[in-house]
Write a protein that binds this ligand. Structure first.
Ligand SMILES: *Cc1c(COP(=O)(O)O)cnc(C)c1O
Length: 412
């Protein structure tokens, strides 16, 4: 009889994505289930950053802006992200952080709907999105108000002639629950509103089709499932229909039609380029660009199939142990869940610390969420089985009661 662990190993042997794991630098004896927070280092990113430093910065100095084409990195990296989110290559640009990009697109969206009274989003959204939205609404000065709601039903109740902007994070960072992008966008459009999508936990994790959904604006993160490295630059999308009218508030020289004319008056560049602000962070963009090259021959339907299977294996293995203290916090239905699984536990922080001490890295989100990200390019079925088995043992044997697991670090 084969054991459950051997069954997992068998799935790995048959996995068409298995060879991608070799592209990553992963420490030995570590099961990394936190690629949804910080994607691991890739061999390609490491080589690209070394080459950029040694050859380009080191030898070509300032000339590299032209000779190594640093100047067009925001567009070229955006074009690599585009196919992962169902966007045209000219409609995505790599720049700044997710927070800053969100401010830019929200400001642009609010200014396109000045006569409408409200911006709607979810109270459970990632806090930076909420803070940024409050400030974007205040800056717009159209007398608009922010409404935070707690359910899709409550959102539906606020979709009417007064809705200016619906801002949604496609995948909830705590639970991994996923919105129906097409349906939500269509509802808001039917009322004449604009929709801004945050793809932080979607890009590279689940298939996204911004064009098919007719999304207006989107932003997303470079250091999570795209493996761009700590603090990697983020991206933003503006639908081609809106690019001529949409104006972002941070008029910097890189968004100018002719930055090197050094003109005193601001005149925005055409298209998505007007959403740039200042000089691109070249080293970070090079790392992201190199990691994005891994996706060239990857089919997102294969990613999705494996992601669903990994999540399912984790849930089943954990729940089979029958620990009452571990309660699934993600949708049970695969179609409503992205590429992460969360469980609640009253001592989530200590449980995660104990798990990390045993070589399984996930993370904890306040107050009681244990979060596990599954990244089909390098997560193996056997990793998922082993992680679940260790989690169960820690909870069952109360390993987490040890005081060393209760000391808090700054980043959880
Ligand atoms: C990760 C994440 C961010 C991160 O924003 P930064 O500006 O990169 O710090 C923003 N929003 C959501 C929904 C996220 O998941």
């Amino acid at each position: 009889m084969t054991t459950r662990r051997e069954q997992a190993q068998h799935l790995d042997q048959q996995d068409p994505l298995a060879h991608h794991r070799d592209a990553f630098i992963l420490p030995a004896d570590t099961i990394y289930l936190d690629g949804n927070s910080l994607g691991p280092l890739t061999h390609a990113a490491r080589a690209a950053v070394c080459q950029t430093m040694d050859d380009e910065w080191g030898q070509q100095l300032i000339g590299a802006w032209n000779t190594a084409d640093w100047i067009t990195l925001p567009q070229r990296v955006g074009a690599l992200i585009a196919p992962l989110i169902g966007a045209g290559e000219a409609d995505v640009i790599c720049a700044d952080s997710t927070s800053i990009n969100l401010f830019k697109v929200l400001a642009a969206a609010l200014d396109l709907r000045p006569g409408r009274a409200r911006l709607v989003s979810e109270r459970g959204n990632f806090p930076t999105d909420l803070y940024i939205a409050e400030r974007a609404v205040a800056r717009a000065g159209h007398g608009q108000a922010v409404h935070w709601v707690d359910s899709v039903e409550a959102i539906d109740g606020l979709i009417d002639d007064d809705l200016a902007v619906l801002m949604l994070t496609h995948v909830d960072y705590r639970s991994g629950a996923m919105h129906d992008m097409q349906a939500m966008t269509a509802k808001a459009h039917a009322a004449g509103a604009l929709v801004v999508w945050d793809l932080a936990h979607s890009a590279g994790a689940v298939p996204v089709d911004l064009a098919a959904a007719e999304a207006d604006f989107a932003v997303g993160c470079g250091y999570k499932y795209l493996n761009g490295g700590p603090g990697a630059p983020a991206f933003l999308y503006v639908s081609p229909q809106l690019q001529a009218q949409a104006r972002q508030p941070l008029a910097g020289w890189f968004g100018h039609v002719a930055p090197f004319a050094f003109a005193t008056g601001y005149e925005p560049a055409a298209g998505i380029k007007s959403f740039l602000v200042g000089t691109p962070p070249v080293l970070g963009m090079r790392a992201l660009q190199a990691s994005l090259s891994l996706w060239g021959d990857v089919d997102m339907t294969d990613i999705r199939r494996k992601s669903v299977a990994l999540c399912q294996l984790f849930i089943q293995t954990v729940e089979a142990a029958g620990c009452d203290d571990l309660v699934l916090a993600s949708p049970r239905e695969a179609g409503r869940r992205a590429s992460q699984v969360s469980f609640r536990h009253p001592d989530a922080y200590a449980v995660m610390q104990a798990l990390i001490a045993q070589g399984v890295i996930g993370d904890m989100r306040s107050p009681d969420i244990l979060r596990f990200g599954f990244t089909p390019l390098y997560t193996r079925y056997v990793d998922v089985f082993d992680a679940a088995t260790r989690l169960i043992a820690i909870v069952r044997d109360r390993v987490f009661d040890d005081p060393v697991y209760h000391q808090r670090a700054a980043v959880t």
